[in-house]
Design a protein around this ligand. Structure first.
Ligand code: G6P
Length: 492
């Protein structure tokens, strides 16, 4: 059978594929795996059960045939089915509805969401295309796992096309409180789209509660604990949708190994040396996104410098800002604001060879990230709203010597689990300043105690366990639904 007509028992679908199109020095193009957490989590199960991944390759108007990609960290392979988006769809479905409507709405309207009917139309069209691609390659009774807010209509569209499939959905970002969600002109359609699934997973129990309330208020359907009876076109006339929190994690073993790797440790020492060997290295690593609270962090840091409570003589802040969604207006403005602030602080406080802030606007490979984690004494995660924040978990896993402090926003999902971090409200600038000083002055004993508890938690909740637990639950719920459907079918 050629790749085009193959059928798979496990199909993962996400807006962005876990592979990047790369061009080498000779102009040759090929695919490289991007080191995302999700692909690491799913690789073993993809191999065990003949898996495929459906998603967009990140460039518009490009048509690619399906292909198989090999040679991951575990030496495995999986099949990839690229979905084409036109330039107009990139603008309307991706930059528009996904990232200028849903993203700000779901992150507590930190930026004002924009509602355009034409974007919504495009979102529907593209979700339909994803659903059709999945339907075409899924074996009978296959398990399909739909990822994230860009594809919320896929569960329902897919159930219509292929009622035999087990359909799971996982929301990687927050689900907003009802007061905010209610703004969405297409709130009913979005909920109905999601309810095509057998199982809906969220990061936090708070997200699951918000979802439950939205279903009750918008659709008038009252969930029974964590189960919703959703109408469908099956002989039974409905199916049960289970929902709950399944906080995502990381490949903790991999980061632990990086933390012990002599070459990574050497590189971490080198980074500190090149910064002039300051006594305290503070780190921020974020996608350049307004949800991450980078401005709040810089404000706190700038004030501490101004008040003379920290000094460039012994402290440096490294801020890595990974470029993201650069054509969306709010992201462009944010970049300008952040870079202006960084330049002002550096202009006022840096001395030759001792920058107040070492600012890097680019992404780094995993090993280099691990070296930055190790080089830092303190990580600042000051997100105003964040589904989980995997950087916090990676930092914890990498610090195998328990010799660092995590300052963590209570508005990041990770704060539900990493309770011995220094938890902060990022809107409270004085509170953030106090936390930075407390982190800097913390005794070795307290640092170790706090870190050890977090490291245990992160290594227990490894991402492979997360996906195994989710998929097991999905298969259980969908088997019960299929049993009900076939019984109803026999009665007719
Ligand atoms: C968040 C979202 C992902 C998204 C990623 C990068 O983590 O939950 O779905 O892929 O940001 O954003 P991008 O728009 O570049 O895919």
């Amino acid at each position: 059978m050629n790749a085009k007509t193959r059928q798979f028992d496990l199909v993962v679908v996400s807006n962005r594929l876990p592979v990047d199109r790369v061009t080498d020095a000779d102009g040759q193009q090929s695919w490289a795996r991007s080191p995302g957490g999700l692909v690491t989590a799913l690789e073993p199960v993809m191999e065990r059960s003949s898996g495929a991944w459906v998603g967009w390759p990140g460039v518009p108007d490009a048509h690619f045939d399906p292909f198989e990609i090999e040679g991951g960290s575990r030496g495995g392979s999986f099949h990839v089915y690229p979905v084409t988006l036109s330039e107009l769809e990139l603008e309307r479905y991706y930059e528009g509805f996904s990232n200028a409507t849903l993203w700000p709405l779901y992150h507590d309207v930190i930026a004002p969401p924009i509602y355009h009917r034409i974007w919504w139309e495009s979102y529907r069209t593209v979700n339909q295309r994803f659903a059709e691609q999945v339907a075409a390659i899924s074996a009978r009774g296959a398990t399909v796992w739909v990822q994230d807010y860009q594809l919320q209509l896929v569960p329902q569209l897919l159930r219509r096309l292929r009622p035999d499939l087990a359909i799971g959905f996982f929301d990687h970002i927050p689900f907003p409180s009802y007061g905010l969600f209610a703004q969405l002109p297409w709130r009913a359609q979005i909920l109905e789209g999601l309810l095509g699934a057998d199982l809906i997973g969220f990061q936090r129990s708070e997200d699951a509660r918000n979802f439950s309330r939205a279903v009750r208020s918008v659709l008038g359907v009252v969930p029974r604990r964590n189960v919703i009876v959703a109408a469908d076109e099956s002989p039974a006339g409905s199916h049960e949708v289970e929902f709950g929190d399944y906080p995502i994690s990381i490949d903790a073993d991999e980061f632990e190994q990086l933390g012990r790797d002599p070459a990574v440790r050497r590189r971490a020492r080198q980074i500190r040396r090149e910064l002039g060997d300051p006594a305290h290295v503070i780190l921020g690593i974020d996608r350049l996104d307004y949800t991450k609270g980078i401005r709040h962090r810089l404000k706190a840091y700038g004030e501490l410098l101004e008040e003379g409570r920290i000094s460039v003589a012994d402290t440096t802040l490294i801020q890595i800002a990974v470029p993201s969604r650069e054509r969306v207006e709010t992201y462009r403005r944010l970049r300008d604001e952040i870079e202006l602030t960084v330049a002002r602080i550096n202009g006022d406080y840096s001395v030759i060879g001792r920058p107040a802030i070492q600012y890097l606007h680019r992404s780094f490979p995993r090993r280099e990230m691990a070296a930055f984690y190790l080089a830092a004494d303190i990580l600042l995660v000051t997100a105003l709203r964040d589904g989980m924040n995997l950087v916090a978990k990676e930092f914890v896993a990498t610090h195998v010597d328990n010799d660092a402090v995590l300052v963590l926003s209570e508005f990041a999902g990770a704060s539900d689990e990493l309770k011995t971090a220094l938890l902060v409200n990022p809107h409270d600038i004085d509170g953030v300043k106090e936390a930075i000083l407390q982190a800097r002055d913390m005794s070795d004993g307290e640092r170790t105690r706090r870190m050890r508890v977090m490291r245990r938690r992160v290594s227990e909740d490894n991402v492979e366990r997360w996906s195994d637990a989710y998929l097991a639950e999905l298969r259980r719920v969908s088997a019960a639904n299929r049993k009900n459907t076939s019984e109803a079918d026999h009665e007719h």
